[in-house]
Design a protein around this ligand. Sequence first.
Ligand code: ZN
Ligand code: ZN
Length: 467
Amino acid sequence: MTSLTFYGGVNEIGGNKILLQDKDTKVFLDFGKSFSRRAQFFEEYLNPRTSNGIVDFLTMGLVPDIKGVYRDDLMIMAGRKPEEPDIDGVLLTHAHADHADYISFLHENIPIHMGSACHLILKALSERASRTMEKEILDYKPRPYNIKDAPIKRKINEFRSRDKFKIGSLEIEPIHVDHSVPGAYGFIIWTSEGPIAYTGDIRLHGTHAEMTRDFIERAKEVKPIALISEGTRITDKVKQESEKQVYQESSKIVSETNNLVFADFNFKDVDRLMTFFNIAKETGRKFVVKMNDAFFLKHLSQDKHLNVPNIDDENIIIYLPKRGSGKYSDKDYKGKDKKFLDLHNTWTAEQIAQQPDKVLCAIGFYSFTALIDMKLKSGARYIHSSSEPYNEEQELSKERLNSWINHFKMHKFQSHCSGHARGQDLLKAVIDIDPKILFPIHTEHPEAYKKVSKNMVLVKEKRTYSL
Ligand SMILES: [Zn+2]
Ligand SMILES: [Zn+2]
């Protein structure tokens, strides 16, 4: 008996929670947060209550109500009995919230398997922000919360590409894929009925397209009985895009000016980070990062494959925001931030503004109050290097961003390539792999795969499919 049950990622982009059952073995493929479902009920000033444990999440369907999955403290808070974990592990494809975040609620005895770079990203994420109930992936504090309680660590097993491992009756082969975050993997899983393949999130136009091709090649070779494929951009219009193109466009934008340049991108996207870091170096500019992004440098620089500079690199400047007294007094900085003060490379907004042609500011929109302290003169450049807004909230944020751009008479540029494969690349991957059954997920348009698959399932949430 082998089956798949989908508790998330169905007709939505992300929120993947796929239960694979084989004989007595049960594993989840990802256990992510569904942004769209959360946004159906909650917004900035209306959030699931920490004081109610997991109850708000269960009641509003943000996590499935299934047995033997969740933490004892959350079960007790919900007025239920703690349950022995009935899941043998989670196979995490990558560190994005829509795949990883709701691991936070899982019982600590359920082992989480992830790539080593994925582990580093999660460490950086937990160090850069304060603890919240929806982001306690590596460890958690039992609720109700007591500040003195030591965090309870989860069992984390790291893997590397192609290193097979076993969980019960399953054998798992993780294979690296290219995506907008390092440490992303697809899985080939041998079940008692035959091999199945799961893409995770993939692309074929990024810096390391060959990694995704390795996965597709291997999936094709094993002749899978089932393929679970992402389809984020399955219906998008064809367009020319690559990380190299972002590099070329942005390099031109930076080298044409002696004024300040701001680059705004997601720091977890290490390819993009390195694109702008290298542009800074080549144009004789220092790369200015904000304090909480510095945690990414600190952790990711430990992985020699990634070539990420550490926080003490001669090309790195850490932006010191005003706190407390507003006078950059030592007393204003506490906790983790205090450590940055002792580094030689911490600069205030005023110091940055004094050398406009010697810096590339990767501090992002959320640090735009720095522009006030910089007394920014007209003509500075702003490169927006992430996706265009795709919901109302982001539209509003874009309007706000444009107001800042106009107020300070900056020039705005857009340069980006997506973390997800283009429609035609996804269709070709399915044709190449030629699975017995296709399960399209992580997409609002699963039906678009009909063109290439005679035997595909339009997945229904919570329904169990026997293989
Ligand atoms: Zn995703
Ligand atoms: Zn992703």
